[in-house]
Design a protein around this ligand. Structure first.
Ligand code: FES
Length: 203
């Protein structure tokens, strides 16, 4: 699970902290409203959009999501704390998520875990010093017939062996999807720069 231990006696949101959600991200969140009967129901899509935009959902982002959805920040935190997918602090460029449920355990997930930790020099919930990888475990990834398995970002690796890990980490395309993916929850892309949109600008 991707959480840091926090001392809750410490103020974690500065009173006048600058906003972290730009208008494009807020508008993307609002675009989900017509799909649901309540704004609250758009909370999960909103969390995906914000994590996609910022890389994580920190305390300030939770406060701003709450504003857009007309909730209390604690209600946003309640939801985030239920799902291991959401990060409240920075993570590596790629997240390795190893299944820790029964089928994968029986098929050797512990050996795969040890190999990942040895290769990266980090433990569970930690990020490598170069910022390339973070490592977590989660319950069933819904691919039990391919146990043991892991996700490299969104790409599923099946029947992984401990001996595969070094080669897998060395592959720069280890998170490249071979299936089309939905962009429904992606954060909005920044507008194209003037030179890109008009390759032959007036002098
Ligand atoms: S037990 Fe590992 S994917 Fe289901």
């Amino acid at each position: 699970m991707a959480w840091e231990a926090l001392d809750r006696r410490t103020a974690v949101i500065e009173k006048d902290a600058p906003a972290v959600l730009n208008e494009a991200v807020r508008e993307k969140i609002r675009s989900f409203f017509p799909r649901y009967e309540t704004k609250r129901a758009a909370l999960l899509p909103a969390l995906h959009v914000v994590q996609d935009a910022l890389g994580h959902v920190d305390w300030q982002a939770m406060r701003e999501i709450a504003e857009v959805l007309e909730l209390k920040p604690a209600e946003v935190f309640d939801t985030i704390s239920f799902y291991t997918h959401f990060w409240t602090h920075d993570k590596g460029k790629k997240v390795i998520t190893l299944c820790r449920s029964l089928s994968c355990q029986l098929m050797g997930a512990d050996a795969v875990k040890a190999a990942i930790e040895k290769q990266l020099g980090i433990g569970e919930h930690e990020t490598a010093a170069d910022g390339q990888y973070s490592f977590v475990t989660e319950e069933c990834l819904a691919a039990c017939d391919h146990a043991p398995c892991l996700l490299m970002n969104e790409k599923l690796h099946r029947r992984v062996k401990a001996d595969d890990i070094a080669k897998m980490l060395a592959d720069p395309n280890n998170d490249r999807l071979d299936l089309p993916r939905s962009d429904l929850f992606d954060a909005p892309k920044p507008p194209a720069s003037t030179s890109e949109s008009n390759p032959n600008p007036e002098p």
